[in-house]
Ligand binder design. Structure first.
Ligand code: COA
Ligand code: MG
Length: 293
């Protein structure tokens, strides 16, 4: 059993709760997590019916390692509160709150979960997609240091950020970059996982693979996806590379030698290696083991 921290979240697929064909695919998907969406993928006229489907979706849940998250409508919307209660009853791995602006938004959702006796295993995930969230991101991330807040993961909401800021969406995401890197930094400060935003052009898998590689290099733990065709590339890009795993093993073995036991720094293949590199290597090996499991 992997703990929450070493749980892989390489590929996290949105599945509209109103789309039966898409829902039927869940059991066969090789993504690490799905986000059952009640928010922007569901038309207002379908919101209530989509919410009523949640219990059935979770009743069919397989015992595998797939994480199942529910994205509810914003708590200030007419659907938000009932969505939160319905989601909590399903005991998902996480409830994803959209349009989070301040730490208070998460604290209020956490209070509702506590008041309704949702088990601690029901974590909160937060969409980072508003200008206010970007300005408050340090304070929001800080909640990650308090397990009772339930906060576990940030999700970049790039489509909303583009809409709300007016920046031009370009294939290289150049105007989003400062905010994406700030999200990664804040997530690390709070001990949270950080998922990259979606790639809307789901037919161009070459461009998608490039965006995954870029996201991995930027420090994201994984990517949110909109189409099953995107799963494989994300799984590949966000898994530790074989070469990196081999080097991490070599480093662990080198530090384990009796002559290196008290050393802070050693020489390995002509490079300086410190204990901080060992810690990084051990983290990578834990991630590789979790994925292999
Ligand atoms: N999850 C699970 N299955 C999905 C899926 C998803 N996100 N997207 C598509 N599929 C399924 C389709 O139902 C279809 O199934 P079928 O073979 O049984 O007919 C199959 O994959 C092929 O789909 P395709 O025809 O290529 O795409 P589409 O035109 O049906 O759907 C979208 C395209 C973009 C509308 C759809 O992928 C989608 O709704 N994605 C999620 C959108 C979302 O959640 N947005 C909010 C967050 S950004
Ligand atoms: Mg959004």
């Amino acid at each position: 059993m992997t703990n929450e921290l070493s749980r892989p979240r390489r590929s996290v697929l949105y599945v509209p709760a109103s789309n039966d064909k898409a829902l039927a695919k869940i059991a066969k998907l090789s993504c690490d997590a799905v986000i059952i969406d009640l928010e922007d993928a569901v038309a207002p006229a379908d919101k209530v019916a989509a919410r009523e489907k949640l219990a059935g979706i979770f009743a069919n849940r397989s015992g595998g390692r797939l994480e199942m998250i529910v994205r509810i409508n914003g708590l200030s919307s007419e659907w938000g509160n009932d969505d939160l209660l319905a989601a909590a009853r399903c005991e998902p791995d996480g409830i994803l709150l959209p349009k989070v602006d301040t730490p208070r938004d998460l604290l209020e959702a956490g209070d509702v979960l506590d008041d309704n006796f949702a088990p601690d295993s029901v974590r909160l995930w937060a969409m980072i997609e508003t200008p206010k969230a970007m300005l408050n991101i340090g304070a929001i991330a800080e909640l990650g240091r308090d397990p009772s807040s339930r906060l576990s993961c940030f999700v970049a909401g790039t489509n909303d950020l583009v809409k709300d800021t007016g920046v031009l969406a370009t294939p290289d995401r150049r105007y989003l970059m400062p905010w994406l890197m700030t999200m990664v930094l804040a997530a690390r400060a709070g001990g949270l996982d950080m998922l990259d935003g979606v790639s809307n052009d789901f037919r161009d898998l070459d461009a998608f693979a490039r965006e995954c590689a870029e996201g991995a290099a930027m420090g994201f733990d994984g990517k949110t996806l909109i189409h099953p065709a995107q799963v494989e590339a994300a799984n590949r890009a966000f898994a530790p590379a074989a070469q990196a795993v081999a080097e991490a093993r070599q480093m662990r073995d080198a530090f384990a030698l009796p002559e290196n036991s008290g050393k802070a720094v050693i020489s390995l293949n002509g490079r300086m290696v410190e204990r901080l590199h060992l810690a990084q290597a051990e983290k990578l090996l834990a991630k590789a083991a979790a994925i292999g499991a």
